[in-house]
Design a binder for this molecule. Sequence first.
Ligand SMILES: Nc1ncnc2c1ncn2[C@@H]1O[C@H](COP(=O)(O)OP(=O)(O)O)[C@@H](O)[C@H]1O
Ligand SMILES: [Mg+2]
Length: 199
Amino acid sequence: MNTVKLKERDDLVLGSKIGAGKFRECYSVENREDICVKVIKSNPGNFRLIQLRFLRKNIHLEELKIRQMLPPEIKNYFNPVLEANNNYSVCPRPLNYDGSYAQSLLHHQGISDDRFWEEIDYVYRFIDERQLWFFDIFNGRNIFVVEKDREGLSPLFVDYKQLGWKAFPLQPDLVFRFRKKLKLKRQYERLIRNYRKTE
Ligand SMILES: Nc1ncnc2c1ncn2[C@@H]1O[C@H](COP(=O)(O)OP(=O)(O)O)[C@@H](O)[C@H]1O
Ligand SMILES: [Mg+2]
């Protein structure tokens, strides 16, 4: 049994794995249906290990800091980080209006709801204009689809640790603003191509 000791809350006992990315795994918490815990993967691969060692030492803390500095216009589209240290982060598990767990965009067979895509478009335009270079948020695994009510769906970003060139250390051209703009645009367009369904 894996127990997580935290400063600001009781020890958490990890349950089952509910998701995995390239750097981290996400676990449910015993007797706490509303939160989850992210930990670094035990086998992230050599390239990710180098990134974690040199560029992304405090990956959980970075995400917490990013959430705190987000402008109010877009903050609610980013799932909060409740607590973080060097080893873990604790986050809410996104819920639908009926209390069921929301799922990632990857789990859905495409989304046709116009309002959902207007909100994605709003976030894209906002971060592009403010030069907040989130290169990994327009990714089906990192966006949850939250059912706000019977009809309306809203996006929620659950992974936004990667801000700026550090996300792509092998792409030095990302020091140029126009390259960053182009990358963000391509990612946004790819998301729409892959997940926007027309009825
Ligand atoms: N708050 C959350 N609630 C439920 N599942 C989550 C949450 N955050 C992440 N996940 C799941 O865990 C996976 C890995 O988490 P993520 O933060 O994306 O890790 P990585 O940094 O490795 O990309 C996600 O792709 C998603 O499926
Ligand atoms: Mg991810």
